[in-house]
Design a protein around this ligand. Sequence first.
Ligand code: NCD
Length: 337
Amino acid sequence: MDFSGSHILSIDQFNRSDIEKLFSVADSLEPYSSKIKVTRVLEGAILGSMFFEPSTRTRISFGASFNLLGGNVREITEVGSSSLAKGESLIDTAKVLSGYSDIIVMRHPDEGSVQKFAEASRVPVVNGGDGANEHPSQALLDLYTIEKELSQNKKSIDGLRIALVGDLKYGRAVHSLCKILSLYSDITIKLISPEALKLPVKLAEQLTKANIEVIETENLEEGISEVDIIYVTRIQEERFKDKKDAIKYKGLMTLNQSIYTANCEPNTVIMHPLPRDSRNDANELDSDLYENPNLAIFRQADNGVVVRMALFALVLGVENQINKFSKPVNWKINRDL
Ligand code: NCD
């Protein structure tokens, strides 16, 4: 695909060589994410950041990535603070905001809404999550993390065995991840969820068509054996018509160190798009896993910065000029803890 000027709405837009290109730009940005250097390559550019659903990592890391490239960020963080609350349509909002921004990132509770917005926008739009549909930048950073973690164990994405755990029905992060994994060979996906929260049939069919071996189970212990990665997800209670229905699935799939030790191969990597629900009734990843060196959730969140910087650089066509506008940073923070 030609990244320059494109909307990034779905993983369906990507092929393997696009992903390789993105990851190689992301690798080259490591000195910037680790604050050894800063660049002003996007000086004067404005990111319109519009999040109409709660967000911590996605919103802040998109904003930080844009700042690290030298650009500025203008934000809307709730419908109530925008003119959507006065009845303005998404289309009018897109027409107006694309006059003020050079690129827009948008998250919205309705499936397909970001695409509709993009069609009316005069600048590229990146999908930061549209309802239960897709979350492409999350899948890209997840795959980047998978590649990095596997390479420590001398493995590659082709041949990956992964367990997807939790709310596979409403989880947009797993929906986009399944799509991206369909581009690779010899993949086994174990789908571990309660019957009512199974992966949508259309997506499961897409996996089978892509020659992925799909194994479905409701049993966590059985599902997490013989995999390279366990990818845990949160019950997406905000997508349930009746919140009480969500409560009955909480805590059914808690992973802790003793379950891990009893069932997993050595060095099985634990991932989660976060936020993990750490309340007592859910406790998706027990705090006793903090000591487990294979708990990759914070490395995964950190990787969001270089991957999102790479997306911005490619879409705005500056990927070859980043170093030309760079200089060493003036400050030092020790992030080792
Ligand atoms: C995910 C999301 O919003 O879809 N979070 C994220 O962006 N890292 C997952 C979730 O909210 O459970």
